[in-house]
Design a binder for this molecule. Structure first.
Ligand SMILES: Nc1ncnc2c1ncn2[C@@H]1O[C@H](COP(=O)(O)OP(=O)(O)OP(=O)(O)O)[C@@H](O)[C@H]1O
Length: 515
């Protein structure tokens, strides 16, 4: 203990000695000059910066920019780099993702276009008895302070704020559940006065699980990417930022699955437009105006929803006397009397996809599906409306391998070569849809892997033979006129829906092969 007191006394002695030297070397006059210099330097330093306060509550309303900055900073490069900054973790309502943001009274650096900026999250207790407000205000006053160099301010600030708003919107979109919308029945409005009703979109289909030719799949994904990243290109080219896809092919070949895969790939909302519930062109236009950007607008089975044989409703073909006077282009759901007065026309639909009104939003994809492409008006199919035509075919061998992986968990290299070639031969002959193959695989999924493969192979072969028999029936009907052949198929469909479906599928498949 005594030693400690001795060391403390000698330390005090040294300090006293140093102080007396400092006083001798820096007299009070010199010290004043030095302090003044520091003050001036600090003032100069501070005055070369501009400061902007972005408060959480602007008057009585919530400041949109505050939440945008909060979200933006959660993704800021400086935060991700983790430079000792303290972060808060949050999860928003309707969101399945966690976001982190700057803690109270902490600072973070950011760079934009090579220029530095500094953000500070300022949180102070709110003074009681402040300005009168009709709604209770939070106990704390929160805000961000942005420090930016004065010389960068004019060129940087507007662009930087735009960048923050865009990034925040993207983060919000990515972290929130996407929605599947459908138009309200009878063209009415929901209780909020909105013509679309929505549910969370949870379809599990992805390009990975989609059974189709991998090269074609890659092409479609590349096209979607080019579209989603093409804002500048579309602006420069003077085109509306939208794209149309036509999916055609027999039932059960994955048209709906493809739409879901597209939506999951781009993380877009889906608007499933039920045309039979829309009665007039203006209703159609209103629906379009109420869709949001980054969405896919789908009209399934377009050939069944509308009679699209003529563009102008006034120019009707002469009707046979024994047929009722059905207007040329009417929604199937519209009653006969209604249809005479109000109807959606092909022009209305063309305007919907390609007219002036179609540009009232940005980044939108139109997808039409049909089982009968030949029934569609060429005006609807031309580039600019339907930019990419995608044929969804029977289950090919590469598609079968994808389905095997999906349902049985068997990769290609795990197969015996013999089984593989048997499978290839069987699927080539079977001409069945991926939906049918999926059914076979679902039924076999609980058995031992190898046994399951053999079973499904047998089932496929069985279907192959069956489809040969059906094929013969189809050949026999070939002598009939086109319309008669359709009638024949419909008749068979009523008698034996499964067989008739197989026949129809077979015919379409042959057309595609000739192509
Ligand atoms: N190409 C495919 N890849 C993966 N699964 C598929 C594919 N095609 C069909 N299926 C399976 O079959 C089911 C029906 O397919 P989907 O509804 O996508 O076909 P579709 O062509 O839209 O039929 P429709 O024309 O009758 O509406 C799906 O739930 C899916 O499980």
């Amino acid at each position: 203990m005594k030693e400690h007191w001795t060391s403390l006394a000698s330390l005090m002695g040294v300090l006293a000695f140093l102080t007396s030297i400092l006083h001798t070397l820096f007299p009070p006059e010199l010290r004043l000059v030095f302090l003044g210099l520091i003050r001036r330097l600090t003032r100069n330093f501070l005055s070369s910066y501009s400061y902007f306060d972005i408060t959480e509550i602007d008057g009585v309303s919530t400041n949109e920019l505050y939440s945008a900055v909060q979200l933006y900073l959660s993704k800021s490069a400086a935060i991700s780099a983790g430079c000792g900054t303290r972060l808060s973790l949050t999860r928003q309502v309707n969101s399945s993702a966690f976001t982190y943001t700057l803690s109270n009274n902490d600072r973070v650096d950011d760079w934009f276009q090579g220029k530095p900026v500094v953000w500070e999250h300022v949180v102070v207790p709110r003074q009681n008895g402040g300005s009168f407000s009709w709604r209770p205000l939070p106990d704390e006053k929160r805000g961000f302070t942005l420090r930016i160099r004065k010389k960068d301010r004019a060129a940087l600030l507007p662009k930087y704020l735009d960048h923050i708003m865009e990034t925040a919107a993207e983060i919000r979109r990515r972290s929130q559940d996407r929605l599947l919308y459908t138009n309200t029945r009878g063209g009415g409005m929901d209780p909020r006065g909105h013509p679309w009703e929505s549910v969370p979109f949870k379809h599990p289909s992805t390009f990975d699980t989609l059974a189709m030719d991998p090269t074609r799949k890659e092409e479609i994904m590349a096209d979607l990417c080019a579209f989603a990243n093409g804002k500048l290109f579309y602006e420069k080219a003077g085109r509306a930022w939208k794209r149309g896809y036509l999916l055609y092919g027999p039932p059960g070949t994955g048209k709906s699955s493809m739409i879901a895969a597209m939506a999951n790939f781009l993380r877009y909302d889906v608007y499933d437009l039920e045309l039979t519930e829309v009665h007039t062109n203006s209703e159609l236009r209103k629906l379009l105006m109420k869709t949001t950007s980054k969405s896919i607008i789908v009209i399934e089975d377009i050939d069944c929803s509308l009679n699209l044989s003529n563009r102008n409703p006034a120019r009707k073909k002469p009707m046979p006397l024994n047929e009722p006077p059905v207007p040329e282009m009417r929604s199937n759901a519209v009653g006969m009397d209604d249809a005479l007065t109000k109807s959606i026309t092909l022009s209305g639909l063309l305007n919907f996809t390609d007219g002036l009104w179609s540009c009232c939003g940005n980044e939108r994809i139109f997808v039409f599906t049909t089982n009968h492409i030949e029934k569609l008006d060429p005006a609807l199919l031309r580039s600019g409306r339907m930019d990419m035509h995608i044929f969804m075919s029977y289950c090919s061998f590469p598609a079968l391998k994808i389905l095997m992986r999906n349902y049985l968990g068997i990769e290609e290299h795990e197969f015996d070569n013999g089984i593989l070639s048997d499978l290839e031969e069987a699927i080539g002959k079977a001409e069945i849809t991926p939906a049918d193959v999926s059914e076979i695989l679902i039924k076999n999924r609980c058995l031992e892997k190898c046994e399951a493969v053999i079973k499904s192979l047998e089932a496929l072969k069985c279907r192959a033979n069956k489809s040969k028999v059906i094929g013969n029936v189809a050949v026999k009907t070939k002598g009939l006129e086109e319309g008669e052949e359709e009638e024949e198929q419909e008749k068979r469909a009523l008698e034996s829906p499964k067989e008739a479906k197989g026949t129809m599928v077979g015919c379409i498949g042959k057309e595609e092969k000739e192509e």
